[in-house]
Design a binder for this molecule. Structure first.
Ligand code: ADP
Ligand code: ZN
Length: 438
């Protein structure tokens, strides 16, 4: 556990909730004014709902405002959502955008400052200080991960190694030679690097790494246990998205119990994804975020499609900002198999409850004879299970199925595959192959 007393910005991170709410309202009003008067898209959307910036008198009025969807950002590609001329913009990023045009992120110098602040809080919450050596193995480039983590590491005065994703052997060499203490990358890449460490025969005591800050893709508690065991580090979860500026929207503190959302910068809501109704704390639904300090590209009630729960209970670390649970899934990665809703995260949880399996898997969905959906899960065996023979492998497959059935209430066709046969990831892992849509 990192030092729970380390807090980057005590004034804001531990602000009494009443005061925080006042600040949120003041910032919300500013953002709404800016959006309405400077971005044509917002003016049109507000007008259609018959709402004006002056109608926001309290935080409860938030639900009068229209939602912003991914499609809106795409339709206004590249600069339609900007509230300022390009001359004021100092940075552009873009989301991976596997289909069609990407989503643009644009930052003026105040936005960069706020992003650096959010990321500085992240590092500090995970126990990093100016004494640390941060090896940043997120992808550099248009993706917000690399440069976002870089910015925060510099802000806290740490020594940052911009290693970028990939070239795993070199990562391990740098880690040993430069005395890396903090590793930042996707959780799937952290696992892959742990394998490289073993393959290169580097013993753990030659490395100084003490913690890792992992995000950008879903991962389970079981995966955390695997990473912490293989690396002998504390592994922290961080959340963010390009639309809200990048990584650093929320992060775990020393207690590793859910992620604090930096609420002086981001106003969270949970809604029912079907009706759009606001839900309360403790209820699972879609996370909706409003940027409270975003200037160049104001974002109001952005529907993230990420499913989670908010928790407003005070945290032992002293931060007053609400916490969000691990992402349970995305409304758009939910698989509907024979009418049952299944999230890849539930499959991962089932796999990691069974010993002797590697946390490496792919999910293949197919429709046999165009009537029945078939859910196939391929999981890698450990070396010892693989050499243990057919019967042991079948027992492991049955065990996964039993766990899966307990979680989801249906069965899958589980295949135990050879160690190292599933493609390793350097960035966001691709774990689902849905052949039905091909
Ligand atoms: P893209 O949408 O192209 O993947 P982003 O990098 O902006 O680009 O991805 C943001 C999304 O990544 C989030 O909406 C969420 O679904 C996912 N994500 C980010 N961090 C986490 C995390 N810690 N746990 C689960 N999902 C995450
Ligand atoms: Zn906390």
């Amino acid at each position: 556990m990192s030092n729970p007393n380390l807090i980057w910005n005590k004034e804001f991170e531990t602000m009494p909730r009443e005061e925080l709410r006042k600040l949120q309202l003041q910032r919300l009003k500013q953002t709404v004014e800016r959006a309405y008067h400077k971005v044509h898209f917002y003016k049109a959307a507000f007008d259609e709902k018959g709402v004006k910036p002056e109608d926001i008198e309290s935080l409860d009025d938030l639900n009068k405002l229209p939602f912003t969807m991914k499609k809106d950002l795409r339709d206004n590609y590249p600069f339609g959502m900007l509230s300022e001329p390009l001359e004021n913009i100092v940075r552009i990023h873009a989301s991976s955008g596997t289909t069609g045009k990407p989503i643009i992120g644009a930052y003026n110098s105040n936005d960069m400052n706020a992003w650096g602040e959010a990321m500085a809080r992240v590092y500090t919450a995970c126990g990093a200080t100016s004494k640390d050596v941060v090896q940043n193995a997120y992808g550099y480039g248009l993706f917000t991960g690399g440069l976002g983590f870089h910015l925060g590491a510099e802000r806290i005065g740490a020594t940052v190694i911009p290693a970028a994703a990939g070239m795993s052997q070199r990562q391990l060499m740098l880690m040993e030679d430069l005395g890396t203490t903090v590793l930042t990358c996707t959780p799937s890449y952290a696992l892959s690097l742990a394998e490289t460490m073993a393959e290169m025969g580097i013993s753990r005591d030659r490395l100084k790494v003490k913690c890792g800050i992992f995000g950008a893709e879903p991962w389970s508690e079981g995966m955390r246990a695997q990473i912490e065991e293989r690396w002998q580090i504390d592994a922290y979860n961080i959340f963010g998205l390009t639309e809200l500026g990048g990584p650093g929207v929320a992060c775990e503190c020393a207690y590793k119990s859910e992620m604090h959302i930096w609420e002086d910068h981001f106003l969270p809501e949970i809604i029912d994804p079907n009706t759009g109704e606001q839900l309360g704390y403790g209820q699972i639904g879609e996370l909706v975020l409003t940027g409270l300090t975003k200037e160049a590209l104001p974002i109001i009630r952005y529907r993230t499609r990420d499913l989670t729960v908010l928790n407003a209970e005070p945290c032992a670390c002293g931060r007053t900002h609400v916490r969000m649970d691990r992402i349970k899934g995305r409304t758009d990665d939910m698989l509907i198999i024979r009418g049952v809703n299944v999230f890849p995260s539930q499959i991962e949880t089932a796999i990691l409850r069974v010993p002797d399996l590697e946390p490496q898997y792919v999910i293949i969905v197919d429709r046999e004879k165009s009537v029945l959906d078939n859910l196939e899960v391929r999981v890698e065996a450990t070396e010892s299970l693989w050499s243990g023979g057919e019967a042991a492998r079948e027992a492991a497959a049955r065990q996964v199925n039993k766990e899966f059935q307990q979680i989801v209430g249906m069965t899958a066709s589980v295949k135990i595959v050879e160690p190292k046969s599933i493609q390793r990831s350097e960035g966001k892992a691709q774990r689902v192959i849905d052949k039905r849509s091909l």
